[in-house]
Design a protein. Sequence first.
Length: 257
Amino acid sequence: MSEKVLVKIEDNIAIVTINRPEVLNAVDKETWGLIKKAFESLDKNNEVKVIIITGAGNKAFIAGADLNSLKVRTVLETMESENSSIVRIIEKVSKPTIAAINGYCLGGGCEISMACDIRIASVNAKFGQTELNVGILPGAGGTQRLRNLIGQGKAMEMILTGDIISAEEAFTIGLVNKIVPFENLMELCLEMAKKIAAKSSIAVKLAKSAVQNGADLPIDIGLLIEVLSQSVMFSTSDHLEGINAFLEKRKPNYTGE
């Protein structure tokens, strides 16, 4: 895999690193394609239980799109752009995903982070849907996911002004789950990933699916999805292992069966 995107797997946890620190990890067409390949491959890898995505260096998670690549894009190319579908792949991957946001998280970078299940930011992180500042608009789900996460009013403000906000404000409005000192960012992300990886992989997958698939549905349909997911879980040996381990006061040994 190109050095623009690095993938490391250890202890059932994959770390995907956008490795273009010389341009603040801005994503060009090739990088988008490599991100797609990485997440599709990791989703099929049974060794991987949690995926963390981050940016190389200490200045940026992903500072948006590589603007040089956008100067030559035509209307047709924009209509056929895979960027939105690639972010959707990140969102729908069956493994839990954590964005370790270590600096600027702007434009497409903010859109990628919002597709992750959990967002943890360093105190130096900065967030923004800044596309209108350069005469374009969010095109990889930003108009939709930002509204869903922080509400329409605040999303309108961020998108229409193009303002960049601090990690502290991002936490206050619900854009990120936690903020931590930069030097503790990966430590906390790995700690959370290990906690998730220790649980039944089937239960994790079903829980993620129930939350996502029920999000925009009437409550009765969402509850039906939940009950059906729970019913599937009760057909597994993992559910018995979890209950027995609790009653026997020991750590469970889940097999994913």
